[in-house]
Design a protein around this ligand. Structure first.
Ligand code: HMG
Ligand code: MG
Length: 301
């Protein structure tokens, strides 16, 4: 079953955007390259957002220059506006990720726009990007697909509406974010049922945060439903500076373990993966906590 599932590694971007301790640029690039060595082939490397809003990723261009010398990886970066697009294209990105949400309050806090403004802007950005990078790939994140830290539960019909608008604007896929990590498999099934009325399965990726320990269960539920694209972050690093209460992402280590045990080959070496995040964790002054990572490391010692 190798090649059936896509893992989109977001550790260097989602994993580091919310950390108080600053991680040196060369450690970020080395982290991304170690993830590539572990077998990950789609890696979201950084964000071309305002350095005033997210100073942690102000070195996006420098991080990219070192890592993107490796060409057997589909590197991508977050882009919030035309200025971000210009910076990303200058760095040679063939893949960008735009980001909005299904909650007005969250979009406002995160990118200082309304949902409608973000959708209009992103339609323009997709056109600009296609013009500059004709064979490029565009992802559209839909955050707060289950619940918003400011407005509470989110109506699945709004998630479907935002996904449809992004797809109409020409994005290649949508990634549905459980931004604060609250969802359970029952909710994944309910959202999938609504989505399937209008959004093809192969245009959907799932982006689970693991704040409450439900991320692996949610990913396996989506897998059972027939979805095959999953975002994850090495060591479960992650969070969003504008989403209070957001815990780390679904750990890539845990996802890879669960998929392999389900008989789905991932092409990822669990030992190399477990080791890839250690230099970053050391700088952050944190011990590993992802369960599969801990198991691999203890088996190695
Ligand atoms: P703003 O303050 O409304 O915009 O921010 P602005 O146009 O007034 O710009 C403010 C300053 O930033 C200006 O500088 C701009 O030039 C500069 P000044 O004139 O004051 O010196 N600026 C930029 N600089 C570099 N690159 C840029 C850029 N844009 C403006 N691209 C803006 C609006 C969208 C820029 C801001 O709100 C922003 O950058 N937000 C980013 C928020 C963010 O990164 N959030 C985390 C990622 S989303 C996430 O984690 C969720 C996800 O993981 C999925 C999930 O879990 O649900 C994807
Ligand atoms: Mg996220």
């Amino acid at each position: 079953m190798e090649g059936v599932v896509r893992i989109i590694e977001v550790g260097p971007r989602d994993g580091l955007q919310n950390e108080k301790t600053s991680v040196p640029t060369d450690v970020k690039s080395a982290f991304a390259l170690s993830l590539a060595d572990a077998g990950l082939r789609e890696i979201e490397l950084t964000s071309f957002v305002s350095p005033k809003w997210v100073p942690q990723l102000a070195d996006a261009a420098e991080t990219s220059a070192a890592a993107m010398l490796r060409q057997d990886v589909a590197w991508s970066a977050l882009v919030p506006n035309a200025k971000g697009l210009e910076r990303a294209v200058q760095c040679g990105y063939q893949r960008i990720a735009l980001f909005t949400a299904a909650s007005e309050a969250f979009v406002n806090k995160n990118i200082n726009m309304s949902v409608e403004e973000s959708l209009d802007l992103f339609a323009e950005i997709v056109l600009l990007f296609r013009h500059q990078v004709p064979n490029g790939f565009v992802r559209g994140y839909v955050s707060t697909a289950f619940e918003c830290p400011y407005a509470g539960r989110v109506d699945p019909t709004e998630v479907v509406r935002v996904c449809s608008r992004l797809l109409e604007a020409g994005v290649d896929e949508v990634s549905l974010g459980d931004t604060i990590g609250v969802a359970s498999p029952r909710e994944v099934r309910a959202l999938a049922q609504e989505l399937r009325e209008t959004v093809p399965d192969d245009k959907v990726a799932w982006h689970f945060h693991d704040t409450r320990g439900t991320a692996v269960a949610n990913a396996l539920c989506a897998l059972d439903l027939g979805y095959t694209s999953f975002d994850a972050s090495a060591a479960g690093l992650g969070g969003c500076p504008f989403a209070p209460g957001a815990g780390g992402n679904l750990a890539t280590d845990d996802l890879v373990y669960a998929l392999e045990r389900e008989g789905v080959a991932t092409g990822v070496d669990p030992v190399k993966l477990a080791q890839a995040s250690l230099p970053v964790l050391q700088i952050l002054g944190r011990a590993p906590t992802a369960k599969a990572q801990l198991a691999v490391l203890s088996a190695c010692s």
